[in-house]
Design a protein around this ligand. Structure first.
Ligand code: NDP
Ligand code: MG
Ligand code: MG
Length: 341
């Protein structure tokens, strides 16, 4: 149902004639800045005077200014500092230096969707969100490959917000792979739900509880680690390549039958109800309010949860096992390098 755009749909002149301020030079920032610059866009990176990222951006041959100076020079402000600091950077460096007709460009919708940033009515507000960590956005661009991305327009005062965002997507390499049109609301809510229910939350809980079940039943921690964590990668790789079908086709009939009959026993209708509750708290802003308050309080629960996760037995077992099998990883890295070289 969604619109998908490709390079042919983009008029890169919409961005080539503009100055883009890339605020932040971390995961996304370094990739967007270098890809834009190599595509011929006028780029200025905005970083604090004492920023630890300054030397990297300068070594990559980019102009670096303070965030406020960068915004003052720019037509498009790409907000690529961490989501939790964006409201502060917006208030202090961006808002005072925005001109009518400028664009605020995001890679995630959280602060706009949950009203942590309230832009003036006379600027465009867009999102181009690569569906990938920054180092891949950069590496794919260098290899003439694309990185799939999302595009959304929250506010279009100039009438050209979509065209400009699409041009931005093309010049960072996303339109080579395909850019899916969405909204700030949809991107934000599905992103939060996905990472909580499956990608970061659901999967880690499934792994830990399965590991604990085996170890408490007397099986060796090493076997539990391999079966419940290590092999997950093989399964996910198959699903990534060819969906659930390719995974089912590749495992044994016994694994397929057991999986098909027991999967819904483990992740049952209670898990489904819990998922619906997680989604509701994303939709009604409960999660966002909790996370903002947690940050304002100096992250007390977050710190505790991180520590508990770090000291879980599976982490220690894994560290020892991965050291024993380090050769396998090095070999895989060499293979990847050979392929991408
Ligand atoms: P990072 O955590 O990698 O950003 C770090 C950069 O921000 C550093 O250059 C840091 O410099 C700078 N920075 C931090 N605090 C400040 C501040 N107060 N003022 C100025 N600069 C600051 O961010 P990400 O790239 O992970 O995320 C950026 C955006 O991209 C977010 O909206 C995120 O949701 C989105 N996104 C991220 C993806 C990812 O894979 N990481 C994927 C898709 C979207 P300093 O040395 O000064 O601290
Ligand atoms: Mg995500
Ligand atoms: Mg996210």
């Amino acid at each position: 149902d969604s619109n998908v755009y490709y390079e042919d749909d983009a008029d890169t002149a919409q961005i080539l004639e503009k100055t883009v301020a890339v605020l932040g030079y971390g995961s996304q920032g370094h990739a967007h800045a270098q890809n834009l610059a190599e595509s011929g866009v006028d780029v200025v990176v905005g970083l604090r005077e004492d920023s630890s990222s300054r030397s990297a951006a300068e070594a990559d041959g980019l102009d670096v200014e303070t965030p406020a100076e960068a915004v003052a020079q720019a037509d498009v402000v790409s907000v690529l500092v961490p989501d939790t600091v964006q409201p502060d950077v917006y208030e202090n460096a961006i808002e005072p230096n925005l001109d009518p007709g400028d664009t605020l460009q995001f890679a995630h919708g959280f602060n706009i969707h949950y009203n942590q940033i309230r832009p003036p009515e006379d600027v465009d507000v867009t999102m181009v969100a690569p569906k990938s960590p920054g180092h891949l956005v950069r590496r794919n661009y260098e290899n003439d490959e694309g990185t799939p991305g999302l595009l959304a327009v929250y506010q279009d005062t100039t009438g050209t917000a979509t065209e400009e965002a699409l041009a931005y997507a093309a010049t960072i390499g996303c339109a080579r792979a395909g850019v899916v049109e969405t909204t700030f609301r949809e991107e934000t809510e599905t992103d939060l739900f996905g990472e909580q229910a499956v990608l970061c939350g659901g999967v880690t809980s499934l792994v830990k509880q399965a590991y604990e079940t085996l170890v408490e039943a007397g099986y060796s921690p090493e076997m539990a680690y391999f079966e419940c964590l290590n092999e997950l990668k093989l399964i996910v790789d198959l699903m990534y390549e060819g969906g659930l079908g390719e995974m089912w086709d590749s495992v044994s009939d016994t694994a397929e039958y057991g999986g098909l009959t027991q999967g819904d026993v483990v992740v049952d209708e209670h898990a489904r109800e819990n998922m619906e509750q997680v989604l509701e708290q994303v939709q009604d802003g409960t999660f966002a309010r909790e996370w903002i308050a947690e940050n304002q309080a100096g992250r007390p629960s977050y710190t505790q949860l991180r520590e508990a996760e770090r000291t879980h037995e599976i982490e220690q077992v894994g560290e020892e096992l991965r050291a024993l099998f380090a050769w396998a990883e090095e070999e895989a890295d060499e293979e990847t390098e050979a392929v991408t070289a």
